[in-house]
Design a protein around this ligand. Structure first.
Ligand SMILES: Nc1ncnc2c1ncn2[C@@H]1O[C@H](COP(=O)(O)OP(=O)(O)OP(=O)(O)O)[C@@H](O)[C@H]1O
Ligand SMILES: [Mg+2]
Length: 323
């Protein structure tokens, strides 16, 4: 059963088309990823789905309800975690939950709030101000708030942005856990191939407002990926390149350094070694197909080129949080 059906969802700001007729369906219980670089339209898509910004064209049906026709009804059924700060630092964890309950109109929220704090292992800090929470604890509190009214689906806009490696890994676990234990469907956005690959059952890759590929991480890797074998030779040798062309696509040949894109590296490795000569190899490296190669193949650009913007946004977020 599809819990989200987005059909030709479009957002225009004046003449500018931020999201351009995107369609996708999310099955109940899935972790679904919207993957794309800065400005791709991920946040705008989430804002339309959660009723935070009007839909220009198209519609989305969430848990059977049209977002366009009944945005308020939809809001009751969904949870939302933004990439911006949503906690009030001056209030305790418990008071933050209380405000959330009032906003959502949940009565008898205390028992559920206690259970959630217990589940996330932060119950003993319930009377501590959120401003004194560590990053990981803040995330747990934010997720508790999103789960407070037992939503069927949670929207997470870049849940791991700005987190250090360890906190990011534990948040991945947490996302998997709540997906299982609370049977909540999750739609998350991310810049990170690795993240989408690790977490998501299915993914839409979005670029400049358009979906450019859809499928499971495996399908996308199979279709648009490919392993890359990088070899550095001791001595350049005539005829090597043309022989290697029978194995795969040469994507780099600089002096003694060669990179070949192949289907499955392990299957052709012996042949490649035979061609270049076993004793002529200075180094050899296999890069297995990843969503990075998928993005590269689809757009000719790498996601990582956008990292600089990430940092800027992160610091802007920090400054806002301190105010
Ligand atoms: N309120 C607005 N008015 C005009 N343009 C907007 C508005 N909000 C977003 N945009 C534009 O729409 C495009 C998509 O923005 P969006 O925030 O959805 O991207 P994103 O994929 O979330 O990017 P990021 O990874 O940086 O968060 C961008 O070009 C952005 O400048
Ligand atoms: Mg965004």
């Amino acid at each position: 059963m599809s819990i989200v059906i987005a059909k030709n969802l479009t957002k225009k700001y004046g003449d500018f088309v931020a999201v351009d007729r995107i369609s996708f369906e999310i099955e109940k219980g899935e972790i679904y990823g919207l993957l794309g670089p800065n400005g791709a339209g991920k946040t705008t898509t989430i804002k339309m789905l959660t009723g935070l910004t009007p839909i220009t064209e198209g519609d989305a049906v969430i848990a059977g309800i049209s977002v366009k026709k009944k945005p308020r009804e939809v809001k009751k059924r969904i949870g939302w975690i933004s990439s911006e700060v949503i906690l009030d630092d001056e209030l305790t964890a418990w008071e933050n939950l209380e405000i959330q309950a009032k906003l959502l109109g949940v009565k008898d929220w205390q028992e559920r709030a206690d259970q959630l704090l217990e589940y996330f292992g932060i119950k003993e800090f319930k009377n501590r101000k959120a401003g004194k929470f560590s990053t990981g604890m803040r995330k747990k509190l934010e997720v508790s708030m999103a789960l407070l009214h037992s939503p069927e689906i949670i929207f997470m806009d870049e849940p791991t942005i700005g987190l250090d490696v360890n906190t990011r890994a534990s948040l991945w676990n947490l996302i998997r856990q709540i997906n299982k234990d609370y049977q909540v469907t999750i739609l998350l956005t991310t810049h990170y191939m690795e993240e989408a690959d690790m977490l998501c059952n299915r993914i839409s890759i979005i670029n400049r407002g358009k979906i450019i590929a859809q499928g499971t991480p495996e399908e996308l890797k199979e279709k648009y990926g490919g392993d890359v074998i990088e070899i550095e030779l001791k001595e350049a040798k005539d005829g090597v390149l043309s022989d290697l062309e029978s194995v795969g696509k040469i994507i780099k040949s600089e002096d003694k350094k060669i990179a070949i894109k192949v289907g499955n590296a392990e299957e052709v490795l012996l042949k490649v070694i035979g061609i270049v000569g076993q004793n002529n190899i200075k180094s050899l490296k296999i890069n297995k197909s990843s969503l990075d190669t998928v993005f590269l193949n689809l757009t000719g650009g790498s996601l990582e080129e956008n990292e600089e913007f990430d940092a800027r946004r992160f610091y802007a977020m920090l400054r806002r949080a301190r105010r």
